[in-house]
Design a protein around this ligand. Structure first.
Ligand SMILES: [Zn+2]
Length: 302
């Protein structure tokens, strides 16, 4: 009878009550500063700032502390020559995404392990970055610590780092009522009959839509009315990825459309065509609904 391969036995190694060790002056100062909500590094003889601090300069093996009697923060609230406050912000140098955190990971949701170079430091610190999604992570991104309120003097006093604030969502909503002047009232009235009303300047011959009473170029009084469109040409356009209540879906296209016979374009929604099929020069036609322009759509080939 063959023996069972690779028998598994669960072991637990534990010091009941925890394993107590002394920190020494360098790590002790680092942890004490963390408890106070500050991050410090130690400066080497060559002027490099090591974070986390080390007791010996890895380059020379020399002790990093030159004034050991002055290192206790209680006696020396001002940082000694050896200790340097860094950060609290830093830059992500390298990172890896943890899509499925384990039980003893610092966060219970996906996060990144990152090498973070805190400002004023010459070495990088490993810590978690709570960026929400992997798409929000990038090398070179700026991060700030998120501190615990119940700090005890541990590297986990920094719960994690979080991305610098680069965008805000401002609630913007303005309700207003337009009282159309005589010219705009005529223009809107014409739209109910599915007609674009324009005006021709007697001086510079420009045809302007919407209809207006004076020339935007030369200021002459406009008296001649004429109809333009309802077909036209796309002169430029934008693909919008933010929802708009007037648009059927996201993404949607807004376009400048030069109506046939007009010299100035109007801006309008462009629909019934995939955004990637829209081009400058596309021939379009107005679609009317409810007494106004619903949107423009590509002209169907006859
Ligand atoms: Zn004019």
């Amino acid at each position: 009878m063959p023996s069972e391969p690779n028998p598994e036995i669960n072991h637990v190694l534990e010091f009941p009550g925890g394993y107590t060790r002394s920190t020494g002056p360098v790590i002790g100062r680092f942890l004490t500063e963390l408890r106070a909500g500050r991050i410090v590094g130690v400066r080497t003889a060559a002027g490099k700032v090591l974070v986390p601090p080390l007791e010996y300069d890895p380059a020379t093996g020399e002790p990093t502390l030159t004034t050991p009697e002055r290192t206790a923060p209680a006696r020396d609230p001002v940082l000694s020559h050896d200790f340097v406050e860094v950060g609290p912000a830093g830059t992500v140098r390298e990172w890896t995404w943890v899509g499925e955190p384990r039980k003893n990971h610092p966060l219970d949701r996906p996060f990144a392990w990152a090498l973070i170079r805190l400002d004023a430091a010459h070495t990088s610190l490993v810590h978690a970055v709570d960026a929400g999604t992997v798409k929000a992570m990038r090398t070179g991104m700026r991060v700030w610590p998120r501190w615990r309120h119940d700090r005890v003097g541990s590297i986990t006093d920094v719960e994690c780092f979080v991305p610098e604030v680069t965008t805000i969502v401002a609630n913007v909503r303005t309700e207003y009522t337009v009282t159309p002047g005589a010219a705009l009232a005529r223009y809107l009235d014409a739209l109910t009959r599915e007609v674009f009303l324009a005006g021709r300047c007697p001086t510079c011959d420009g045809v302007y839509v919407p209809y207006r009473l004076s020339c935007p170029q030369c200021g002459s009084v406009i008296e001649e009315e004429l109809e333009v469109g309802p077909a036209g040409t796309v002169t430029t356009f934008a693909i919008n990825n933010l929802p708009d209540p007037r648009a059927p879906q996201v993404p949607f296209v807004s376009a400048y459309i030069l109506l046939d016979g007009a010299d100035t374009p109007i801006i309008a929604l462009l629909a019934e065509v995939p955004p990637e099929r829209v081009t400058e020069g596309l021939r379009v036609r107005a679609v009317f609904e409810g007494g106004t322009v619903k949107w423009f759509a590509p002209e169907r080939e006859a």
